[in-house]
Design a protein around this ligand. Structure first.
Ligand SMILES: *Cc1c(COP(=O)(O)O)cnc(C)c1O
Length: 363
C-alpha cells in the first residue's frame, strides 16, 4: 500500500511494454534485446526484464558481471534468457560467467585471448559475443585486430561467436556523417563472421533506417521513455513517474530571497510551493534552470536542495498535501534532462533509493 502523500516513484511496466512493441515495430525482422544495465536504468532490472520476457524478449544486455548474476536470479530457471555482459571476460570472471550461464561480450583482443585459453583448458568452445570498434573508441577490437583474428583462426576455433556487434557514437543526431561511416566500417567486418548474427543499433540507431538494424537491436533508453533524438518523442510513453507532496505554500514579497546563500531573489510577489523531493530522490540541482514540475500546467523549479524543492505556483490553485509531478508523462524526461545539462540516461539512474516505489503491471 502506498503511504499517503509520500514521495513516490511509479514504474509503469505497461508503458515499458508499449515502448518495447513500438521499438520492435521499427525494427521488423530484428530481435529486440533490451538493455537492462544499471539495474534497468534505475527502474529495477528484475521487474523490467520479467515483464519484457512476457512480451517476448529473449536476450538481455547488462554491463557488469554482478548485474548478470542478479538478472539470472531475478529471471529464475523458468526463463532461460540469453544474458550478455558488456564488460566481457574481465579478470577472474570466467567461472562466475559460466556458473550463471552469462555470455561475455568480448571487448578487446586480450579478452579474446583469455577466452580462447579458458575454452582450450576446458576442452569446449566458449559461447560469446564479439564487440568490434567502428569509431567510438570505447570498447571492441579494432578492424586490424579483427582481420588478424579471422586470418589466424587459432583463437577463433575455441570460440562460439554467436553475435558480432558494434556501437554508434552519434546516433541521436541522424544527420551526423559519423553514423554512415561507422555503418560502412561495420559491414565488411561483420561479413568476416557469416555464421554469427550482427547488431549495431541501440535505441537511437533503430530510427536511422533499415541498414542499421541487422539481426538484433539493443534498445535501452527508449524502452524507458527517452526519445531517440534526446527530445520528447510522442511515440514513447513515460515509464518512470516521480511525484512528491506539497509540504507548504509560502507567499513572498518582491525582493525576498529563497534558499541557501540567497540563491534566488524573487522580482515580483511570488507563491511558492515547497515540495518534498530533492537530490536524494534524483532531482538534479542544475535542473532548476529550465526544469519544471507539473501541477495543472508547468510550474518552474525555483530552487532544488537535498530534500526540498520550491516551485513557482503562479496563480494555480494548489493545496498542502497535493502531489506534484517532477518526472513523468507531463514533466518530460528529455526536457528535465536537457534543463539539467545531461541526458535521460543519467536522470533515470539517479532516481535512487529514497522515494517509495510502486510498480504497475508487474509480473
Ligand atoms: C548502453 C548501451 C546500449 C543501450 O543504449 P541506449 O542509448 O540506452 O539505447 C546499447 N549498446 C551498448 C553497447 C550500450 O553500452
Amino acid at each position: 500500500m502506498p503511504s499517503p502523500a509520500a514521495t513516490r516513484l511509479t514504474i509503469d511496466l505497461d508503458a515499458l511494454a508499449h515502448n518495447f512493441h513500438v521499438l520492435r515495430a521499427h525494427a521488423p525482422g530484428a530481435e529486440a534485446a533490451p538493455v537492462v544495465k544499471a539495474d534497468g536504468y534505475g527502474l529495477g532490472a528484475g521487474p523490467v526484464a520479467r515483464r519484457l520476457w512476457a512480451e517476448g524478449a529473449r536476450s538481455f544486455f547488462v554491463a557488469r558481471l554482478q548485474e548478470g548474476e542478479a538478472l539470472r536470479a531475478a529471471l529464475g530457471p523458468e526463463r532461460a534468457a540469453t544474458i550478455l555482459v558488456l564488460d566481457g571476460l574481465t579478470a577472474g570472471a570466467g567461472a562466475r560467467l559460466a556458473q550463471a550461464r552469462l555470455t561475455p561480450v568480448l571487448a578487446g583482443l586480450p579478452q579474446v585471448q583469455a577466452a580462447a585459453a579458458l575454452a582450450a583448458a576446458a576442452g569446449a568452445p566458449m559461447a560469446c559475443a564479439l564487440h568490434i570498434d567502428t569509431g567510438m573508441n570505447r570498447s571492441g577490437l579494432t578492424a586490424v585486430e579483427t582481420h588478424a583474428l579471422v586470418q589466424g583462426r587459432d583463437l577463433l576455433r575455441h570460440l562460439d561467436v554467436h553475435l558480432v556487434m558494434s556501437h554508434l557514437g552519434s546516433a541521436p543526431t541522424p544527420s551526423d556523417q559519423r553514423n554512415g561511416a561507422q555503418l560502412e566500417r561495420f559491414g565488411p567486418l561483420r561479413a568476416l563472421f557469416p555464421e554469427s548474427r550482427a547488431s549495431l543499433a541501440a535505441s537511437a540507431g533503430i530510427f536511422l533506417g533499415e541498414a542499421y538494424r541487422f539481426e538484433q537491436v539493443r534498445p535501452g533508453i527508449s524502452l524507458y521513455g527517452g526519445g531517440p533524438e534526446e527530445t520528447p518523442d510522442p511515440r514513447l510513453k513515460a515509464v518512470a513517474k516521480l511525484e512528491a507532496p506539497i509540504l507548504d505554500i509560502r507567499n513572498l514579497a518582491a525582493g525576498e530571497m529563497v534558499g541557501y546563500g540567497s540563491a534566488v531573489v524573487v522580482e515580483r510577489p511570488t507563491r511558492l510551493a515547497i515540495v518534498g523531493a530533492g537530490y536524494a530522490d534524483g532531482v538534479v540541482r542544475a535542473g532548476r534552470r529550465g526544469g519544471y514540475a507539473w501541477l495543472r500546467g508547468r510550474r518552474p523549479l525555483v530552487i532544488v536542495t537535498m530534500d526540498l524543492i520550491a516551485i513557482d505556483l503562479g496563480d494555480a490553485p494548489a493545496g498542502v498535501g497535493e502531489m506534484v509531478e517532477l518526472l513523468g508523462p507531463n514533466a518530460l524526461l528529455d526536457d528535465q534532462a536537457a534543463a539539467a545539462g545531461t541526458v535521460a540516461h543519467e536522470c533515470l539512474v539517479r532516481l535512487g533509493g529514497r522515494a517509495e516505489r510502486v510498480y504497475i503491471g508487474e509480473i
